[in-house]
Each structure stands twice: as C-alpha cells, then as structure tokens.
Design a protein around this ligand. Structure first.
Ligand SMILES: [Zn+2]
Length: 259
C-alpha cells in the first residue's frame, strides 16, 4: 500500500515535470511566426521633428532642462528612445537601461478613431479599461504603445508636426493619468507612441515625460508600422545602440508576432 502510494506520487511528479517542460514559453523565439519592424528609416526624415522642446507654449524651465540634457542630435528626428536620464540626472542613460527591460510583452492601445476626431487627443485610463475588457489585464512589465494613426503623416513633416498659426504643435499623446496608471498599476517598463512625443504636442509642461522618466520608465517615439501588429500577444525587442552616457538616441524596434 505504501509502495503503491509512493509510485503514484512519483508518477504524478514526473507528469507535472514533463507538462511544465512542454508548456509553450511565450518568450521562446521558436513560438513566433512573424517579425514586424516598428522603425522608420534613419535617413529619410532628418530634421522632421526638430527640437521638440522648442514650442511657444512650453514652459521655459522644461525647455532649458531638455536642451541641457539632450546629447543626441539624431534623436527625435526618427524612431527614438528617451532614457530615464533624459530629464533626471543620475537615472539610467541609454547604455544603462537593463537588457531585461528591452524585451517585453507588447501591448498596443488603439486610439485611431478618437484621434481622427481630435488631433490633441490624450490616451486615457478609459482606453486602457477598454483594452483590458477584450484582452484581460495588461501584462506586468509590458512595453505599452499607443497606436494613434499619426504614422500615416510621417511622409509629410508639415502634417506630422501639425503646427498652428501661433507655432504650437498639435498631435496626440498620453494623459498624465493614463501614464501614472500604466506605471503604478500595470508596472509598464516603457511607453511608446507613433508621434513625436509621449506628451501631446500642445503640452506645456511635458508632464508625462517628467513623471515616467522619474520612475525609470523609458520612451519610444515615432514608432512605425503599428497597423501591422496585434493589440495583444506580441513580444517587442527594443535595441538602441549602447551609447555611453547618452540620454536619448535612435532605436531599432522589432515586434515578434504569432499567427
Ligand atoms: Zn521624448
């Protein structure tokens, strides 16, 4: 009787072990069937973005802070990464972002319809709730990217920057509330967007930049080809050059997808 119990116990343990070993691992490259390049070519639009900080509505303090710390002339002109040190001295520079933060589940918030009605649209907590109604909770440690539809303007610098008569840019970004929710309640590693900035174009204080960077969350801006990735289920590989001491810079972003 005792031996029988032991044998059954052993068989059960073996079965559990085998099951665990054969469970498909979401991060294994073999389980992906496609790769989508989320990067604009570096040379096609040099100077499209120009100086993001230079806007008549931007407060002088934040402009000075950004310009002082900016180290890369190429950043903001193409698909770029902002390291936490972008605004906050002593935080990670591009080369210091831990590599385990550069490969993560990709969660895409689609706000294309909202942006069509309002170019100043800010991604909201409600948009996140709607995503979660369909896909479940945003996986902790995600790279969250907003698909605003703005990428279709990339070939026209004028439309992409969308500057009004007063010199103020108009394009969508994240609301401060949504950014805080993603960082605090969903432990997002990064925020991304297919516009010039995670803050909306008309932002005065760059509140999303200030909050997220201070919480070690990096940004991906001018993200490309978001219409080609699913809202949930992909894994993103973020590969900036390991530029020592840089606070921002060009980045290659690849999404691994499943059919
Ligand atoms: Zn930025």
């Amino acid at each position: 009787m005792r031996i029988k119990t032991v044998v059954i116990g052993y068989a059960l343990a073996l079965a559990l072990l085998l099951f665990a070993q054969h469970r498909p691992d979401a991060t294994q490259p073999g389980s992906f069937t496609g790769v989508v390049d989320l990067t604009h070519p570096l040379s096609s639009h040099q100077g499209v973005a120009g100086k993001l900080a230079a806007s008549p509505v931007r407060s002088a303090a934040i402009v000075q802070k950004m310009e002082l710390r900016r180290t890369s002339t190429a950043a903001s002109s193409n698909t770029n990464i902002d390291a936490p040190a972008h605004l906050v001295r002593g935080m990670w520079t591009v080369d210091q972002i831990p590599p385990e933060r550069l490969i993560a589940p990709l969660s895409v918030l689609d706000v294309t319809a909202q942006v069509r009605r309002n170019p100043d649209y800010e991604v909201s907590v409600e948009d996140i709730a709607q995503w979660e109604q369909i896909h479940g909770e945003i996986p902790p440690g995600s790279v969250v990217v907003a698909r605003t539809g703005w990428g279709t303007r990339w070939d026209s610098p004028k439309d992409y920057r969308n500057i009004d008569k007063k010199g103020v840019m108009h394009f969508p970004g994240y609301s401060e509330d949504a950014a805080k929710f993603l960082v605090e309640a969903r432990l997002a590693l990064a925020l991304g967007i297919d516009t010039l900035s995670v803050d909306p174009g008309s932002s005065r204080t760059l509140a999303v930049h200030q909050y997220t960077l201070a919480h070690s969350v990096y940004h991906l801006e001018n993200v490309a080809n978001l219409e080609r990735v699913p809202d949930a289920g992909a894994v993103v590989v973020v590969a900036p050059m390991k530029l020592e001491g840089q606070v921002d810079g060009p980045v290659r972003i690849l999404a691994l997808t499943r059919r």
